[in-house]
Design a binder for this molecule. Sequence first.
Ligand code: NAI
Ligand code: CS2
Length: 485
Amino acid sequence: MTHFVEAPHIACDIGIVHLGLGAFHRAHQAVYLARHLERSGDTAWGLCSANLRSSVGLVDGLRAAGHRYHVAEFTDSNNVTLREIGVMQETLFTGRDSTGQQGRDLEALLTRLASSKVRIVTLTVTEKGYFLSPTSGNLLVEDPMIEADIASPDAPQTAPGILVEALARRRAAGLSPFTVLSCDNMPDNGRRTRNAVVQLAAQRDSELADWISHRGAFPCSMVDRIVPAMTETDFARLGELGVDDPNAVVCEAFSQWVIEDDFPQGRPAWEAEGVEMVADVAPFETMKLRMLNGSHSLLAYLGAIDGIETVFEAVSRPEFRTLLRRYMMQEAAPTLHMPDGVDLERYADDLLARFANDSLRHRLAQIAMDGSQKLPQRWLQGAVARLQDGHEVPCTALGLAAWIRYTSGVSLDGRQHEVSDPLASRFLALHERHGDAPEALVAAFLAQEDIIPVALTAQQDVVDAVTDGYRRLITTGLAASLSTL
Ligand code: NAI
Ligand code: CS2
């Protein structure tokens, strides 16, 4: 069954600016705002969405479409809600466009951010977009992009740089800071965002940094909706449903948003749309990152090195479902501290059902991206906790072995694949230096202390488990490795 939901044409003030106009933003935050607008008629929370480095075509395509697009929410391949979204009022691009011009709309974005009507900034710029060390959580001040923003603070290119310049303008104009709400898959994402902004501000003006630190609000949030990158198959399927929209996104019907309620300048009444406003997001964030995202990364690396393409394909194999259930219930769930009433067995079952949604072509290659930025919160912090409780982490160890193999760019049968990661060149150098000698190669990867916690590599049995896992993968293949597990 196909259910169409059209969007009324309602002129809004722009109260929220979003950085990172990607698929997830269009299918998650913008949907909650659109439903809020349609239900309440509250026109204070129109949306300006900006891309800082890629997808200028999407920015211009949405402008050409009057900033209206479609979200196809699939319960399964036979049931979909086609929702038109009309809450977006402006789209901007501040990266380098096809003519080589840098920062086409930068001044427009900074002016928008300095407007008294803008009271919230949300972000989905991926884990790497904050320029933070995955282990220490501190700003990577030696990153060339951050160095450039320190040298030219009034012409920022990074998300932290844009936030600092906008906050500096608001302070100079006597305005309060906007609230900064990260919607990225990072633990403690609000506090990590605060780190990036305050530490960058301190590079230019300690009084500005103090002002942001004391007056700024950076609530944490847990976000959840599976939104795969669009494929030609997806566009063709929407075409069959009568939707010809190059800016459309496809996603599952499930959606969840848990937000720390800290909005000094006010916020939309998100509760009416099912958003959970809480005092402490941490338990929900850790649960989701370790159980959902940790499972996703296991599928991504173990599946991709064996030529499996999608989540649906992987979980169609019983050995993967067994692996995920064992990982979730024996290595992730025991490390969680949930409020009464949260049933983790039920949550694990629900996740396996969501992964088996036959209408989503969620590519393992997309999930495998940026592993250096994802694995600390998805596997490694939980593994350290589990080991400190005296338990082994065999699923995580095999996952690490698969990740190491994945970063070589060569699958188990010799086929090549792209390795998309900010540290890809470092990983390639390690492979070139150590070849397929499991002991030396694994030791070299586990010695990367900016990714792998020392508390993990101090456990020799973990090092041995990863080494044995790597050796089994390259000598006996995936099926045998999983059955041995
Ligand atoms: P996408 O590829 O459609 O969009 C990524 C966005 O991040 C783009 O706007 C891109 O320009 C921006 N970006 C990438 N690197 C950046 C950088 N260094 N500085 C500034 N902007 C940068 O990906 P999608 O699906 O929108 O996911 C984005 C983030 O949303 C994820 O990394 C994750 O943190 C979060 N998320 C995604 C979910 C999904 O299922 N797709 C679900 C839950 C959270
Ligand atoms: C995925 C997430 O790409 C990935 O790393 O694990 O984007 C995942 O789809 C979402 O977190 C689901 O909420």
